[in-house]
Design a protein around this ligand. Structure first.
Ligand code: FAD
Ligand code: DHB
Length: 392
């Protein structure tokens, strides 16, 4: 039997950052993670950090490497009909910017901070179940290193991602589910080659969406719209480079640098929200509560926004018995969640080819793209959402 104040399930960005922010306020927690450390540190996922995410990580003292190695971008490119159009993110948002820094680097930094501080972080836990969620002493049971364990806490934070157990532990019928599946997926690769552009390129093409991103001056991250039931085996390297070259081609001299592909994976696309984000003493945060399609680069940033609110609310509750923040947690977070849901759906709808879509759809998408690239008002809408809204 172990005791703590906050039992945190999941050591992704949400769970690890929550543990760190709680410790800064003197609140104790135990983090339980199903995978091993090497696995979570190697998992390639998102790469774009909003200004607010960077600011929070810096203020929390885990921004040193991020500032050294992260790539600050003040603009991005929208590419369609063989031409690129720059959206000047910083000029349109009073100087805000995004930073390109891989999610797994954020995770490594947070794990290091946790272990340096002597915080409890258990990897390779198995069979996590939640109990007594409506009472004052919820418990988390699990297996670790061959023994059955029980963690007694005041609050459980469900930070265990979309396929986790915390959301499922809430009685059926308690949560409302809002969701949309998209008829396409993303094939993502990491290639050992210098990026072919200094900024991200979001590309609309008849054959489907393509995205040029990066991780460092020697590593390029690229994505292609593919079918949701495609298997990576159907995407040998040559086919990937052919498709990327075709979709990203411009009328001028731009060329795509190619190099060895060191990572390849397919991600389904969905929009998903449960409401509310709380049941009794369990609070859901990050992907456990909501999923966005990746086109707006928001999943990780939204997870960070949730735990910022949750950590402050828990801090006030443990220190002063003030439950106002916890009572408002769900409503506060859902305002940002739905703004980001709309933005992610809008970017996705504007930039992807919808199988079976008629020519009318394509004309609307091009018109919207031209509008975003020619109207300051429309470009500002994209820019302020992309760098992250301060107030929602
Ligand atoms: P997660 O990072 O999923 O962390 C949850 C953690 O809980 C994991 O470590 C998991 O192992 C652990 N866990 C799960 N179940 C249990 C259990 N029963 N017991 C204990 N631990 C458990 N976003 C973008 O913006 N751009 C992208 O390109 C992009 N690509 C993605 C690719 C994939 C394959 C996925 C799944 C997501 C991607 N995302 C992307 C979304 C982004 O990575 C997520 O929004 C972000 O990881 C959310 O963080 P989180 O901490 O809430 O959840
Ligand atoms: C990356 C991922 C995204 O979803 C996105 O919109 C932009 C960049 C990336 O992994 O670099």
């Amino acid at each position: 039997m172990m005791d703590t104040q906050v039992g945190i399930v999941g050591a992704g960005p949400a769970g690890l950052l929550l543990a760190h922010l709680l410790r800064l306020q003197g609140v104790e927690s135990v983090v339980l993670e199903a995978r091993d450390r090497a696995y979570v540190e190697a998992r390639v996922r998102a790469g774009v950090l909003e200004q607010g995410t960077v600011d929070l990580l810096s203020e929390a003292g885990v921004g040193d490497r991020l500032h050294r190695e992260g790539l600050v971008h003040q603009g991005l490119e929208l590419r369609f009909d063989g031409r690129g159009h720059r959206i000047d993110l910083s000029e349109l948002t009073g100087g805000r910017a995004i930073t390109v820094y891989g999610q797994q680097e954020v995770v490594k930094d947070l794990i290091a901070a946790r272990l340096d501080a002597g915080g409890e972080l258990l990897f390779e836990v198995d069979g996590v179940t939640l109990h007594d969620l409506e009472g004052e002493a919820p418990t988390v049971r699990f297996r670790h290193e061959g023994s059955e364990e029980e963690l007694r806490c005041a609050v459980v934070a469900g930070c265990d991602g979309f396929h986790g157990v915390c959301r499922e532990a809430i009685p059926a019928g308690t949560l409302s589910v809002y969701e949309r599946e998209y008829p396409f997926a993303w094939l993502g690769i990491l290639a050992e080659v210098a990026p072919s552009s200094e900024e991200l390129i979001y590309c609309y093409h008849e054959r489907g969406f393509a995205l040029h991103s990066m991780r460092s001056p020697r590593l390029t991250r690229l994505y292609l719209q593919c079918a949701p039931d495609d298997d990576v085996a159907e995407w040998p390297d040559d086919r990937i480079w052919d498709e990327l070259r075709t979709r990203l081609a411009t009328d001028d001299q731009w060329t795509l640098g190619e190099g060895p592909i060191v990572e390849k994976g397919i991600t389904p696309m969905r929009s998903f929200v449960v409401e509310p984000l709380r049941f009794g003493r369990v609070f859901l945060a990050g992907d456990a509560a909501h999923i966005v399609p990746p086109t707006g680069a928001k999943g990780l940033n939204l997870a960070v926004a949730d735990v910022r609110v949750l950590s402050e609310a828990l801090g006030a509750w443990f220190a002063q018995g003030d439950s106002a923040g916890l009572d408002a947690y769900s409503e506060t977070c859902l305002r940002r969640v739905w703004r980001v849901q709309h933005f992610s759906w809008w970017m996705t709808s504007m930039l992807h080819r919808f199988p079976g879509g008629d020519p009318f759809d394509g004309r609307l998408q091009r018109s919207q793209l031209r509008y975003v690239c020619s109207s300051r008002a429309a470009a500002t809408t994209l820019a302020e959402n992309y760098v992250g809204l301060e107030l929602v």
